[in-house]
Design a protein around this ligand. Structure first.
Ligand code: B12
Length: 210
């Protein structure tokens, strides 16, 4: 299956074809990161574009997400192995309150685990107090994901809640998600931002080092 067919299979929400296509490409020696960054993620960007144009509605967007997840599941062992050597560090990650998008978070989780972090995945729609609890429980790195402009402010509320609980000095806060930028991270007082899962690992290591 060529890249175009794989791309189309994600758009069609055909998880079986996506998993088979990814397996075949890996067998041909295509690097896992190329399949992820060159085909699967661009396919989701196209889904977002079609949704904006109202060519796609929620069911199509959902089906494409499930199909992409089927491909990511096949890539998981290789992506994790490529992430690097073990590093000490305990992280907690979640998609902020009001936000149900979890694929970016799951990829970041996978890559952090591959890099040797012990990661507690708090899931989606996570209220600030849940992150505070994770910090109480010993997480050194709090990772926040948001995909909606309307939920970005939950990141600031989470940082405020860590501050109010007296834990802000003990943890580093790393944020990401499609609408998030370095500037926004600076604005709300986060310690770091990363635009993709590979960069998230580099940022996490940098934050743990100092
Ligand atoms: C799939 C999808 C859905 C699926 C989600 C399924 C799931 N299990 O996640 C469903 C159908 C449920 C959905 C629902 C909605 N969605 Co939606 N969705 C998308 C879509 C098409 C893809 C998102 C995705 O998974 N991308 C692939 C992943 C791998 O990329 P990523 O999340 O950006 O993550 C990467 C980086 O950002 C970064 N990263 C992510 N998190 C973190 C965290 C940390 C700590 C770090 C360091 C890095 C990092 O690393 C990741 C890996 O490289 C986007 C369009 C887009 N291009 O983003 C719209 C999009 C995000 N959705 C949108 C909207 C409007 C909605 C709805 C409000 C629609 C509605 N009317 O109901 C609902 C909201 C539901 C809710 N409360 O959350 C809009 C948001 C617009 C805006 N500006 O706010 C978008 C942009 C579509 C569009 N173009 O209009 N959606």
């Amino acid at each position: 299956m060529d890249n175009q067919t794989l791309f189309a299979a994600v758009l069609n929400g055909d998880g079986k074809a996506v998993a088979a296509g990814v397996r075949a490409a890996l067998a041909e020696g295509v690097p896992a990161a190329d399949l992820l960054n060159g085909v699967l993620i661009p396919a989701m960007d196209e889904v977002g574009r079609l949704f904006e144009l109202r060519d796609f509605y929620i069911p199509e967007m959902m089906a494409a997400a499930v199909a992409m997840a089927a491909g990511v599941a096949v890539l998981k062992p290789q992506l994790a192995a490529a992430a690097g050597a073990p590093t000490a560090g305990r992280a907690a990650i979640g998609t902020v309150k009001g936000d149900l998008h979890d694929m970016g978070k799951n990829l970041v989780t996978m890559m952090l685990e591959g890099a040797g972090f012990v990661v507690q995945d708090l899931g989606v729609d996570v209220p600030p107090q849940r992150f505070v609890q994770a910090a109480h429980d010993g997480a050194q790195l709090i990772c926040l994901s948001a995909l909606l402009t309307t939920t970005m402010r939950q990141m600031k509320l989470t940082i405020d809640a860590l501050q109010a609980a007296g834990l802000r000095g003990q943890v580093k806060v790393l944020i990401g998600g499609a609408p998030i930028s370095e500037d926004f991270a600076g604005l709300i007082g986060a310690d770091g931002f990363a635009g993709d899962a590979g960069a998230a690992v580099r940022a996490a290591k940098r934050l743990m080092a100092g």
